[in-house]
Design a binder for this molecule. Structure first.
Ligand code: AMP
Ligand code: ZN
Length: 137
């Protein structure tokens, strides 16, 4: 897709620090890493977000995130966060589907979960039940 920065990376028009690719996905270092070794996994076909991505591409992205996590563990990390943003409301900034794979060390000073805890909502049982009904598939 024209004007998509990740499509340009796929076409080789913009450089990247590639760590893996196959015919469906590309994985490369995030240019603004949350931690050293922060990787993005993207489908080689443009899809905007989770609502659009074809399942076979999504599966390949997830499989690749696992491969990369295993490689990170070999390298010596203690853990990994896998994260993925969709739409402006979901704080997505690059509108080509991507999965963040963020290596973690004990005591690395990053506090994803504690940061999220600051935004907890209070819900009563009726609200839980009506959400459950709304989301039940
Ligand atoms: P998100 O906010 O989830 O949409 O993430 C977009 C990510 O893309 C950010 O973490 C950026 O640092 C990263 N990013 C943007 N441009 C590039 C680039 N040219 N090479 C590598 N990573 C990039
Ligand atoms: Zn794209």
């Amino acid at each position: 897709m024209e004007n998509c920065i990740f499509c340009k990376i796929i076409k080789g028009e913009i450089p990247c620090y590639k760590v893996y690719e196959n015919d469906m996905v590309l994985a490369f270092l995030d240019i603004n890493p949350v931690n050293e070794g922060h990787v993005l996994v993207i489908p080689k076909k443009h899809h905007r977000d989770i609502f659009e991505i074809e399942e076979e591409y999504l599966c390949e992205v997830v499989k690749t995130a696992k491969k990369i996590s295993l490689k990170m563990r070999e390298y010596g990390i203690d853990g990994v966060n896998i994260f993925q943003a969709n739409t402006e409301a979901g704080e997505q900034t690059v509108f080509h589907y991507h999965m963040h794979v963020i290596p973690r060390k004990k005591d690395d000073g990053i506090n994803f979960s504690r940061e999220m805890l600051r935004h907890l909502k209070k819900m009563d049982p009726d609200q839980f039940e009506s959400m459950r009904k709304a989301l039940e598939i």
